[in-house]
Write a protein that binds this ligand. Structure first.
Ligand SMILES: Cc1cc2nc3c(=O)[nH]c(=O)nc-3n(C[C@H](O)[C@H](O)[C@H](O)COP(=O)(O)OP(=O)(O)OC[C@H]3O[C@@H](n4cnc5c(N)ncnc54)[C@H](O)[C@@H]3O)c2cc1C
Length: 190
């Protein structure tokens, strides 16, 4: 659980949040002095959860190509039941906490499920991970346990793209540790 003072600031990508603020003229003294305060300056509780490794979550090549003729990535992604249940629990906990504080959840809050699709409304924290995942079996992974690609012996990949699963918290310290570990493996090989 995270307690923040950025209100609805996390309900979109950084660029789209700034775009919304600029379009409403909410910047400079208007941001600090507006009454009621802008959506982005309220207290917020947010809940994050780890994701399980779902084999159906994949990235491959699209038939669509970019201007250079390189195929665009095609993603199949679903948060899965485990995450949905965790987020449902988070909403229940935050509703109770707001109740204890005698505060109401803002009417700006999206309903838990999209009324048209029935799917859960959720946001991401932009932690870029996966797509070149680490594993022993070339059938379901891209790099081995040392970060070396199964297909190309002199190609090594470092960074959060090799994570096979993702924890709840931020990835950078772990990816830095993995990069150092892979550097030592390359050194040994050389
Ligand atoms: C808004 C935001 C906030 C974040 N906040 C945090 C935080 O507080 N704490 C935290 O731990 N993590 C945070 N993250 C996540 C973290 O930044 C990423 O997980 C991390 O940067 C991933 O590192 P990487 O080296 O794997 O990939 P990247 O940092 O994405 O590096 C990949 C590099 O490859 C280059 N590249 C791509 N394609 C090509 C190509 N074809 N040829 C040559 N180069 C190419 C890209 O230009 C880029 O420089 C945040 C991410 C975002 C977007």
């Amino acid at each position: 659980m995270t307690i923040g003072n950025d209100g609805w600031g996390r309900t979109g990508a950084p660029a789209s949040v700034i775009d919304r603020l600029l379009k409403k003229g909410t910047f400079g003294s208007a941001f600090a002095g507006s009454n009621p305060r802008p959506d982005y300056a309220h207290g917020a509780l947010s809940f994050s959860t780890e994701m399980l490794a779902e084999s159906s979550n994949q990235v491959d090549l699209s038939t669509n190509k970019d201007v250079l003729g390189i195929p665009r990535p095609r993603f199949a992604f679903n948060i899965g039941t485990y995450v949905e249940k965790a987020l449902e629990h988070g909403l229940k906990a935050s509703t109770e906490l707001f109740g204890v504080m005698a505060r109401k959840i803002s009417p700006l809050a999206k309903p838990l499920h999209n009324q048209d699709t029935g799917r859960m409304n959720w946001n991401t924290a932009a932690h870029i991970m996966g797509t070149c995942i680490m594993g022993d079996d070339p059938k379901d992974s891209v790099v081995d346990r040392w970060g070396r690609t199964h297909d190309v012996p002199n190609l090594w990949i470092v960074g959060s793209s090799v994570f096979p699963t993702s924890a709840t918290s931020n990835p950078t310290v772990t990816l830095a540790a993995l990069a150092l570990r892979t550097a030592a493996a390359i050194d040994r090989e050389m």
